[in-house]
Design a protein around this ligand. Structure first.
Ligand code: NAP
Length: 249
């Protein structure tokens, strides 16, 4: 992996930061993307380029990938990790929330992939890993838009994997269960605000969806991503690897 340029979207926090650290330890040339440049820089990964980008905005994505390629060369690994998980009952899910969830989670994955796929196919090598979710594999109440977007990410993963199967490029997804990051902290905050339950109770409720009765750690997701990025994983294509303690078993 040493000779490869890897781009990680949403690399400034949570799962993306863990993936960035794991890839950096492998010696890849790294570009981190996210809306907040300060957040990416605060990670302090030596040699990592930090590029501001809103993955849901085509012009922003085009600019960011041009900057990334100018800095570190053609992209060999892309981890589409940037995402948001806003919740609302369906009857309070307005078009703005619906579009925001589809834009960042699904269209963002499409737009970033568009930027790197032709080069990967031309060079005969590439790894694309989409950070999907257990919400790609099953439904959850009060997150219809997020679930729809993440189901879409898995559909995109499977279709594209077949399309590029003979080109040396693999496209896979990891599907984390509730993972100990800001997204879960925001969910805990919402549950406490709406139900009056304590933060500990809310966290325990989320952890209880996992048969191991705990939140997944970002590093555990990162290790699954790393494995999918390896040259030796060439036969793993179009798969969704659940990192969820058995929730979707
Ligand atoms: P997080 O810490 O909130 O990370 C999300 C990252 O995405 C942030 O660094 C954020 O940075 C970036 N981001 C958000 N909107 C963006 C946009 N429009 N353009 C570019 N970057 C954007 O939460 P996380 O849990 O690590 O989430 C990472 C991924 O894992 C997401 O795709 C999420 O859906 C998925 N996931 C999380 C869980 C969980 O329980 N935590 C479970 C399953 C799947 P900026 O705000 O600076 O842009």
């Amino acid at each position: 992996m040493r000779d490869l340029h890897a781009v990680v979207t949403g690399g400034g926090s949570g799962i993306g930061a863990a993936i960035a650290r794991a890839l950096a330890a492998e010696g890849v040339r790294l570009t981190l993307m996210g809306r907040s440049l300060e957040r990416l820089q605060a990670l302090g990964l030596p040699g990592a380029a930090c590029v501001a980008a809103d993955v849901g905005d085509e012009a922003s994505v085009q600019r960011a990938f041009a900057e990334a390629a100018a800095g570190h060369g053609p992209v060999g690994l892309l981890v589409n990790n940037a995402g948001q998980a806003d919740s609302a009952p369906f009857n309070r899910t307005d078009l703005a929330l619906w579009r925001r969830m589809l834009d960042v989670n699904l269209t963002g994955t499409f737009l970033c992939t568009q930027q790197v796929l032709p080069g990967m196919v031309e060079r005969g090598f590439g790894r694309i890993v989409n950070v999907a979710s257990t919400a790609s594999l099953k439904g959850y109440a009060y997150v219809a838009a997020y679930c729809a977007a993440k189901h879409g990410v898995l559909g995109l993963t499977r279709a594209l994997a077949l399309e590029v199967a003979k080109k040396g490029v693999t496209v896979n997804a990891v599907c984390p269960g509730y993972t100990d990051t800001d997204i879960v902290e925001r969910a805990v905050h919402e549950i406490t605000a709406k139900t009056g339950r304590s933060a500990e109770q809310a966290r325990a409720e989320l952890a209880a969806t996992n048969p191991q009765r705990r939140l997944v750690q970002p590093d555990e997701v990162a290790q699954a991503v790393l494995w999918l990025c390896r040259r030796e994983s060439a036969s793993v294509n179009g798969q969704s690897i659940a990192v969820d303690g058995g929730e979707t078993a």
